[in-house]
Design a protein around this ligand. Structure first.
Ligand code: FES
Length: 163
């Protein structure tokens, strides 16, 4: 029996196996069901990039904020990835539509590709994410205007957590 309850959005890791213990991401209370996502900074292949986590059908799913059509950030407003029915992740640029559970493209110009999934777990009221060889924690930033971890979503449910 595993010693932690990890969740990987999608059906297979796309960026190598997790290489670290989980890193605290945000309090569980920061992620409302099908609500705004919690955005966070990472290094993808050594480059600064954004990722996001959201709660969908009770599970935490996390992906790189990087469309499979063109590698740009997808949220049309900070932390807002879901469509009006709160069913699909939709890229704001050209409308690529992804299944939140697996990250697979279901419509639009993303063809048969999918979002890059990030492994997560949730325990004791805390969400964790698991770096991989390709997706690493962002270096600590001394610039308070550019924190390495924090929400991209406004509102009381998404205030930056204590880290
Ligand atoms: S960049 Fe996302 S659909 Fe084109």
């Amino acid at each position: 029996m595993p010693d932690r309850d990890t969740q990987l959005a999608g059906d297979a890791p796309q960026s190598g196996r997790a290489t670290h213990d989980g890193l605290p991401l945000c309090p569980s209370s920061a992620l409302a069901e099908r609500g705004l996502a919690f955005g966070f900074d990472v290094h993808l292949w050594g480059q600064q990039a954004r990722a996001f986590a959201l709660r969908y059908d009770g599970r935490i799913v996390a992906y790189m904020n990087r469309c499979a059509h063109v590698p740009v950030e997808m949220d049309w407003q900070a932390g807002d990835f879901l469509d009006h029915e709160r069913r699909w992740i939709v890229c704001s640029i050209h409308g690529a539509t992804y299944d939140p559970v697996h990250g697979h493209c279901v419509a639009g110009p993303c063809a048969h590709r999918r979002l890059m999934a990030i492994e997560t777990s949730e325990r004791d009221g805390q969400v964790y994410w698991y770096p991989t060889r390709d997706i690493r924690p962002a270096a600590a930033s001394a610039d308070p205007a550019h924190p390495t971890t924090g929400t991209s979503a406004p509102g009381p449910e998404h205030d930056p957590p204590a880290t």
